[in-house]
Design a protein around this ligand. Structure first.
Ligand code: 0L1
Ligand code: MG
Length: 256
C-alpha cells in the first residue's frame, strides 16, 4: 500500500469532481492515522500551488451524523481559502453531489495547542463567532464511506460561506441558538447549537486535542467550523436556501 498514490487518486477525484470507490474496500489495512496523513499530503499539494490554508473544520460532531456514518467520534478536515465563497450564490461547478449544512465559525486570535486545553482557553482565544454554511461533497460514490475513507477525503470539505456579521463569544448562549434551514421556502431542517457536541465550544476543545495527537495546533487567525447544527440537505441547480440563525442573521443561498 502506497499512501502517496492513494493521496494522488483522491486528489484527482477532488479536482475533477468524479466519484470514486471507497479506499477501504481496496486497502483493507489502511488506518485512521494513514487517512489523516493522506489528508495532509493533499493539503501540501494545495499549499505548494500557492493556496492559503485558513483553518480547520470539525465533522461528525452531532449524534445524528455519527449515527448516520456508524461511528462514535468526530473527525477534522482542512479549510483552504479557495473553498470560501463570498457571494450568496453557490455554483455547483466542480461538485458531485453537494449538501449544505449550517455551522458556527469561530475565528481564533491565539494559538491553541495541547492535550489539556479547556473551554476557558478556547473562549480566551476566540476573537469572534460568525454564522456560516458548509457545503460538503463526498468524493465517494453514493456518499458511501467509513470513517477512514471520509478522513482521507478531507472530511468531505468542498466550500464554505461565512457571514460578515461578527459576534463576541459572550454575546449569546451559543448552545441555545435555534437554526432553521428552508429549501425553496419550506423548512426542512431545524436544530440548536447544542447539537454540536452539547456546545460548539466543545468541538474546538476536541479539535485541539485531536490535532495535538498529530503534533498540530490552531494558529492565530485561523477559522474553525465547529460542525453541522442540523442534518445536511442535498441541493440542486435552481434551489433557494435560507438558513435562519435566530437572534443573529439569515444566510440566503441561490444555487446556480
Ligand atoms: O462536516 C461534516 O460533518 C461532514 C463530515 C463527513 C460526512 C459527510 O460527508 O456527510
Ligand atoms: Mg460540516
Amino acid at each position: 500500500m502506497n499512501l502517496n498514490s492513494i493521496a494522488n487518486e483522491i486528489y484527482h477525484h477532488q479536482k475533477n469532481a468524479v466519484e470514486m470507490d471507497k479506499i477501504t474496500s481496496r486497502y483493507t489495512n489502511i488506518t485512521i492515522e494513514d487517512a489523516y496523513k493522506i489528508q495532509e499530503m493533499n493539503m501540501e499539494k494545495e499549499i505548494q500551488n500557492g493556496v492559503q490554508f485558513v483553518g480547520w473544520k470539525m465533522g461528525l460532531t452531532s449524534f445524528a451524523k455519527q449515527q448516520s456514518v456508524g461511528v462514535n467520534q468526530p473527525i477534522y478536515g482542512r479549510l483552504l481559502k479557495s473553498m470560501e465563497i463570498s457571494t450568496e450564490e453557490l455554483s455547483l461547478d466542480g461538485l458531485i453531489h453537494p449538501r449544505v449544512e449550517p455551522e458556527f465559525a469561530f475565528i481564533m486570535n491565539k494559538k491553541l495547542q495541547g492535550n489539556n486545553v479547556t473551554e476557558q482557553d478556547v473562549w480566551q482565544a476566540t476573537q469572534c463567532i460568525m454564522p456560516a454554511v458548509e457545503v460538503i461533497d463526498s468524493r465517494y460514490r453514493d456518499f458511501s464511506f467509513n470513517l477512514i475513507d471520509v478522513v482521507a477525503d478531507n472530511a468531505s470539505s468542498a466550500k464554505f460561506l461565512i457571514l460578515k456579521q461578527k459576534y463576541t463569544p459572550d454575546q449569546f448562549q451559543w448552545e441555545n441558538i435555534n437554526v432553521r434551514m428552508k429549501l425553496n421556502g419550506r423548512v426542512i431542517q431545524e436544530g440548536k447549537g447544542s447539537a454540536v457536541m452539547g456546545h460548539p465550544v466543545r468541538s474546538v476543545v476536541e479539535l485541539v486535542k485531536m490535532l495535538n495527537s498529530s503534533g498540530l495546533c490552531i494558529e492565530p487567525g485561523m477559522i474553525v467550523l465547529t460542525g453541522g447544527i442540523t442534518e445536511a440537505i442535498h441541493v440542486l441547480t435552481g434551489d433557494f436556501i435560507e438558513v435562519e440563525f435566530d437572534q443573529l442573521a439569515t444566510i440566503d443561498l441561490t444555487v446556480r
